[in-house]
Design a binder for this molecule. Structure first.
Ligand SMILES: C[S@@+](CC[C@H](N)C(=O)[O-])C[C@H]1O[C@@H](n2cnc3c(N)ncnc32)[C@H](O)[C@@H]1O
Length: 285
């Protein structure tokens, strides 16, 4: 009788080849994550067990998840979570998957703040709550508010808050910064990763983004600039004197955004992400 069992090495190889055929970026890495997740082993442990057989009941589960990934469902949705600035956040179709670039946005802010910062932080377009939760997790005396127009995203943000250990210092609420309403309160730091893709850029994005991330989180009218312009109208009114405003922008938006921001803010700095793209604006009121 033919032995149809698979070793860890064989299942990784077969899964990788399947994902490559489905044009999945980072096929090998994703295959490793799936096997690691479903066998409850660290990725390095899989390689220590390379020639050992995977238990038969797990083979079927791995196969199903690899097929799902082959349909271009994001790995983070399959695993149900994402690592963001040392936090483990729940992750699903209700909100944008927090991105590595945005971790750099958090780092840029932390590098420029006193570690004992005890001010009020506002995260506009908070999505899963990633930015405000990460900042308040690092800044132990800060108070944070996350606002979003999507009630689904806010429900996910609340779930992420519920197991964060910083429940007393962060709140979430609804607000639409394009609706022309006045926002209450004054803040020491306002941060935002707004929607900034043009509809054409969104049309050309990978299926993981186009099908599974909310379009509301990504697309902005006026060639991707409508939400950034909206922020520049709202933020000066709610930022304390000397307060910080930091935002993420899209590829090719730095010069225009900077020229608009120079009129309302001081010391406007454009900063690059780890790929060298001019991705962040940091300034003071
Ligand atoms: C690019 S996502 C960022 C999510 C999260 N801050 C992150 O970095 O992972 C933009 C967010 O802005 C929200 N949003 C879009 N338009 C908005 C508006 N007019 N007012 C408030 N929030 C808005 C979306 O629902 C989405 O959660």
């Amino acid at each position: 009788m033919k032995d149809n069992r698979l070793t860890y090495g064989e299942i990784i190889e077969k899964s990788k080849e399947f994902l490559i055929r489905k044009d999945v970026p980072s096929a090998k890495c994703d295959a490793e994550w799936i096997v690691s997740f479903l066998t409850n082993k660290k990725r390095v442990e899989i390689y220590l067990e390379f020639d050992n057989y995977v238990p038969q009941e797990q083979v079927a589960k791995i196969r199903d998840m690899v097929v799902d990934r082959g349909s271009r469902r994001p790995l983070q949705h399959l695993l149900g979570c994402v690592e963001f600035c040392n936090l483990k956040l729940k992750c699903d179709e209700r909100a944008l998957i927090p991105r590595p670039e945005t971790e750099r946005l958090v780092e840029i802010i932390i590098e420029r703040l006193d570690p004992n910062f005890s001010g009020k932080i506002l995260d506009l377009g908070t999505g899963s709550g990633a930015i405000v939760l990460a900042l308040c997790n690092i800044l132990k005396y800060a108070q944070g508010t996350g606002l979003d127009c999507s009630t689904k995203s806010l429900a996910l943000a609340e779930e992420n808050l519920s197991f964060s250990g910083i429940e007393k210092r962060v709140t979430f609420d609804t607000f639409d910064w394009l609706a022309g309403k006045q926002l209450e309160g004054m803040y020491d730091l306002v941060v935002s990763n707004p929607p900034y893709l043009s509809i054409q850029e969104w049309e050309q994005s990978q299926p993981e983004v186009k099908i599974y991330d909310p379009k509301l989180a990504l697309v902005s009218e006026k060639e991707g600039l409508q939400h950034i312009e909206g922020l520049i109208n709202v933020v000066p009114k709610i930022l304390k004197e000397g307060g910080i405003f930091c935002l993420e922008i899209g590829h090719g938006q730095a010069d225009l955004t900077r020229s608009i921001m120079d009129k309302s803010f001081q010391h406007v700095e454009v900063l690059r992400d780890l790929s060298g793209v001019r991705r962040f604006i940091f300034c003071r009121n």
